[in-house]
Design a protein around this ligand. Structure first.
Ligand code: OFO
Length: 162
């Protein structure tokens, strides 16, 4: 049986994962508006991953004989200036998510909740991967500055994400 506190915190995390999906969808909209279809595709795959993160927590609560209460999702930022601005914002967002996951892990450890710890380990690893993939794109965009050729090359590269 999962503690009430842990169930409540995981329920909050479902909201946060769904907010990530929502935020990244808004970024898809930005890239589509800029005719950067490769960037849009990459971010759409990311939005779907966030959805899956939410569902993984959702199903876990039922596996532990608890329940989900969906919370409201705030309107995401939508006034991005350029692709670098988008990716910097997304990277910062991922750092916040990492902190959220680490806080959950700390709670699981404190409660000797080994099952939640095991689940959260998956998210800890996932955050390492996600921080890294966002940061690589931030670094690349910082290097290419105003080169539209390099931007279109990156757009082509990002269109290949599966
Ligand atoms: Fe981006 O990892 Fe979930 O939120």
């Amino acid at each position: 049986m999962i503690s009430e506190k842990m169930a409540k915190e995981i329920n909050f995390q479902i909201q946060k994962e769904l907010f990530s999906e929502y935020l990244y969808l808004q970024m898809v909209a930005y890239f589509k508006g800029e005719n950067l279809d490769g960037f849009a595709h990459w971010m759409e795959v990311q939005a779907k991953e966030e959805h899956n993160h939410a569902i993984k927590f959702f199903n876990y609560l039922y596996e532990r004989n608890s329940k989900v209460e969906l919370l409201s999702i705030e309107k995401p930022k939508n006034d991005f200036k350029n692709p670098l601005d988008v990716f910097k914002y997304a990277y910062q967002h991922e750092l916040t998510v990492t902190k959220n996951i680490n806080d959950l892990m700390e709670l699981a450890k404190k409660e000797n909740d080994y099952a939640s710890e095991s689940l959260l380990k998956w998210y800890v690893d996932e955050q390492v991967e996600e921080e890294n993939s966002f940061l690589k794109i931030v670094n690349f965009l910082e290097k290419i500055k105003d080169s539209s050729n390099a931007l279109y090359m990156l757009d082509n590269e990002l269109s290949k994400r599966e």
